[in-house]
Design a protein around this ligand. Structure first.
Ligand code: NAP
Length: 262
């Protein structure tokens, strides 16, 4: 077990990529703090982890609210006395045409995707600095965070800006925190099949049938000829969280089936 005795906080862990990461890290022996917005989904993932014979607690916290994040980090620390891994996975990507976008819509996406990453990172620094080590894994995206790639998803300029910010934050934080043996890395997923991507397609006006057909057509444009699955990202989170990546910091790993090669 690669993460025996480690404590991992996973945000956005109620579903999608976050849930897959929580289960994957638990399978490797980590004690998991399942954090998300809704108690029901949190409880479901905690139960799944316990069914694996591993330990988990659920903490409801909105990543964009500093006081909620601080309270959640305190609770995690009280439970297990340490935090070794933080995976900043909570994110939103509601499509809005740029010409119609209100400042509040822009702010909300920046607050959850970017400020949330900052707030949680800050909240786990005291225990990580005291422990003289830790691993922080941030989820960026091929939207915004990979230069020179051909996707610029329509109606997501706020999201692209936030994810570009996540990459900049990752690199700067890695540089500053290396003195404490805290590593900070990012992952840029391509298109991953989750509840979130289904909601995105629906938000762009697609029917169930259109979504199924669109996914099939999209898969053909990916060199590896398939949509990504949450487990593809969860395995990369595990790599960056574990000592297998102990000499890697400030890096971005693109997990997109080769999409950005084109
Ligand atoms: P998802 O299925 O929508 O899951 C995201 C989770 O984050 C949900 O449980 C959501 O709760 C939670 N969340 C949203 N706002 C939150 C907040 N303010 N505080 C705490 N939790 C919050 O999304 P996903 O597709 O798994 O994406 C996960 C991450 O990967 C995101 O950062 C996303 O930007 C990134 N990403 C995804 C893809 C992809 O293709 N799926 C590609 C590139 C990057 P609710 O259920 O209440 O909304």
């Amino acid at each position: 077990m690669r993460l025996k005795d480690k404590v991992a906080v996973i945000t956005g862990a109620g579903r999608g990529i976050g849930r897959a990461a929580a289960l994957e890290l638990a399978r490797e022996g980590a004690k998991i703090v399942v954090s998300d917005l809704f108690q029901e989904t949190i409880d479901g993932v905690v139960a799944e982890i316990k069914a694996l014979g591993q330990q988990a607690i659920g903490i409801r916290a909105d990543v964009s609210q500093g006081s909620e994040v601080e309270r959640a980090a305190d609770q995690a620390l009280k439970q297990w006395g340490r935090v070794d891994i933080l995976a900043n996975i909570a994110g939103i990507y509601p499509p809005v045409p740029l010409v119609e976008m209100k400042a509040e819509q822009w702010d909300k996406v920046l607050d959850v995707n970017l400020k949330g990453t900052f707030l949680w990172t800050k909240a786990v620094l005291p225990p990580m600095i005291a422990q003289k080590g830790g691993s922080i894994v941030n989820i960026a995206s091929i939207d915004g965070a990979v230069l020179g790639q051909p996707t610029g998803s329509p109606e997501l300029p706020h999201y692209a800006a936030a994810k570009a910010g996540v990459l900049g934050f990752t690199r700067a934080a890695a540089m500053e925190l290396a003195q404490h043996q805290i590593r900070v890395n990012a992952i840029a997923p391509g298109s991953i099949e989750t509840e979130g991507t289904k909601a995105l397609a629906e938000g762009l006006g697609a029917s169930e049938e259109m979504i199924a057909e669109g996914m099939k057509a999209f898969a053909e444009t990916v060199p590896l000829k398939r949509f990504g699955q949450p487990i593809d990202i969860a395995k990369t989170v595990l790599f960056l969280a574990s000592d297998d990546s102990s000499y890697i910091t400030g890096q971005l790993i693109i997990v997109d089936g080769g999409f950005c090669l084109q």
